[in-house]
Ligand binder design. Structure first.
Ligand SMILES: C[S@@+](CC[C@H](N)C(=O)[O-])C[C@H]1O[C@@H](n2cnc3c(N)ncnc32)[C@H](O)[C@@H]1O
Length: 198
């Protein structure tokens, strides 16, 4: 599901970019147990491309492949990432255009809660990860999506949302095992974690 104008403004601004570059980068670096040097990384739902910058500049990946459902977001990312080691396309996390077991690390900066059939998104991420590969995620739980502010100002699927424990169960069903406890940040607005493919 694409963003409405309000959430687009909340995502695409310098404050959010700075937060991704500093705080979220350090969360993911810690959860990954270091940087991602030498790795081929896939970012699902890249938005305007700040996540790809973080993956290259803060996490040290060798190259990044990114996609987003919204072609206008991919166009913003294309402009932002011009000249960088990034492959961009329009695509759907429920049908990822990558071979099975082809990816070292998948990064999800808050997109799976936008996907009506989020279980299919998890299945696809598990499919493209190689054995031993890592998923780093930041997600928004059902309890937050059910608040007045989220319901009034943002556009998300209403049914079939998840809490952190349900997300962990779905990951495990696809052979993605959490590397530790999930953490809740930003006053419970997001949970973050890492899971490794068996
Ligand atoms: C909350 S935004 C996050 C964007 C970016 N990751 C960031 O952190 O700035 C969610 C993004 O997921 C994208 N998206 C939603 N459903 C998707 C799907 N099925 N496949 C790929 N991208 C999707 C939206 O277009 C949007 O860019």
């Amino acid at each position: 599901m694409k963003l409405n104008a309000f959430e687009r403004a909340a995502m695409n601004n310098p404050v959010r970019a700075a937060h991704q570059h500093h705080r979220e980068a350090s969360w993911f670096r810690r959860l990954a147990g270091g940087d991602l040097s030498g790795q081929q990384v896939l970012e699902v739902g890249c938005g305007r491309g700040v996540g790809a910058e973080v993956i290259l500049d803060r996490l040290g990946a060798a190259s990044v492949t990114v996609f987003d459902l919204d072609e206008s977001m991919v166009e913003l990312a294309r402009r932002r990432l011009h000249g960088r080691r990034v492959e961009l396309s329009v695509g759907d996390v429920c049908d990822i255009a990558q071979p099975t077991a082809s990816t070292d690390t998948v990064v999800d900066f808050g997109i799976i809660h936008h996907v009506p059939n989020w279980q299919q998104a998890v299945a696809e991420i598990a499919r493209v990860l190689r054995p031993g590969g890592l998923l780093l995620f930041e997600e928004v739980p059902r309890q937050m999506l059910d608040t007045w502010a989220f319901r009034t100002f943002t556009l998300h699927p209403r049914e079939n949302r998840f809490e952190a424990a349900e997300f962990a169960t779905e990951l495990a069903r696809h052979g993605l095992h959490g590397t530790g406890e999930f953490e809740h940040h930003l006053g419970g607005m997001v949970f973050i974690g890492a899971a490794r493919k068996a």
